[in-house]
Unconditional design. Structure first.
Length: 317
């Protein structure tokens, strides 16, 4: 049975596709490899802020409801957060304060939400790297094991690797700077390749250890990298292909760490300013409410005093 499409998703699909078409041209190859029904886990590389939009287009055009695993702080943005919840997007809570609002969520609750969606036969889009790749050449870096945990917990899930390339220069992932001159379908083309579902049967029915999860995750990321190599064939031919050992932040470091920390500090400060404005607004509202009550009370006292005076005059007569 085909997956039910949320009403709000259907209503927003046309304007969202129009917006995406205005921002960039999207070419998709292999879309027929996405199953039309059943639990679906899409694993994609992560290079820029527009990846969620690209993946939403790919999944929606295949007839499935896009359900993106996105940073939890996006769900606190007015209007956007409401839309994301109503369309079934999944908040991903991380340990850093810049991306985890204090609403009781946790990494475990994120995994639980994705697992429930898959158990219900829905589609989930996940970026296994968890953040933008740190590989200087933009190739997928070492991923976290969440994708393997989700896949092995549900024997019926189809794990489909998807790679994309072409729009990573539109928005700088570390500074947020927008390259407006690159926007437009005549200027920027994002190529997307959908691979064959990854066969993880060799890992099922075994004790779930860190080594097994790491190996299964690498098999998924190898499939994603193979699709990206097909897109970036010219780079591979020029000697700028993926490293023999995948970039690992624990070993190779983070060449963008200063930019990331600065960006997170900026986000945290923006959240603090928003919280201060909201608190100040509540204080002003409470003060105005108190003043109105005071004026009403004063009028009531004056009214009672006047009534007493009139009663006193009438009794004297």
């Amino acid at each position: 049975m085909a997956e039910a499409m949320p009403l709000l998703t259907r209503l927003l699909a046309r304007p969202a596709l129009a917006l995406a078409g205005a921002l960039q041209k999207t070419r998709i190859a292999g879309a027929e490899r996405i199953p039309s029904s059943g639990p679906l886990l899409v694993a994609a590389n992560h290079t820029c802020h527009l990846d969620w939009l690209t993946m939403a287009i790919v999944v929606y055009r295949s007839g499935r409801a896009p359900r993106i695993a996105a940073r939890a702080d996006l769900f606190t943005v007015p209007v956007l957060g409401w839309i994301m919840r109503k369309t079934g997007q999944i908040p991903i809570y991380r340990s850093d304060a810049a991306s985890a609002p204090k609403d009781g969520g946790s990494p475990a609750s994120s995994m639980g939400a994705m697992a429930r969606a898959l158990a219900e036969g829905k589609s989930v889009v996940i970026f296994p790297e968890s953040t933008f790749t740190r590989d200087p050449s933009g190739w997928p870096m070492k991923a976290r094991t969440g994708v393997a945990r989700l896949a092995l917990a549900n024997p019926d899930v189809a794990v489909v690797p998807v790679a994309h390339w072409g729009n990573e220069g539109l928005i700088d992932p570390w500074t947020g700077k927008v390259s407006w001159r690159k926007f437009g379908r005549r200027r920027t083309t994002c190529d997307v390749r959908v691979g064959e579902p990854v066969d993880l049967s060799a890992y099922r029915g075994r004790d779930v250890t860190h080594e097994l999860l790491t190996e299964a995750t690498e098999k998924v990321m190898a499939a994603v990298t193979d699709e990206l190599k097909a897109i970036r064939a010219a780079d591979v031919a020029a000697g700028d292909g993926p490293r023999e050992r995948r970039w690992d932040r624990a070993i190779d470091g983070d060449p963008y760490e200063k930019g990331v920390l600065a960006r997170h500090a900026e986000i945290a400060e923006r959240q603090r300013r928003r919280a201060r404005r909201q608190a100040e607004r509540r204080r002003r509202q409470a003060r105005r409410k108190g003043e109105r009550r005071g004026r009403l009370g004063l009028k009531s006292l004056k009214g009672l005093k006047g009534l007493k005076e009139r009663l006193s005059l009438s009794s004297r007569r």
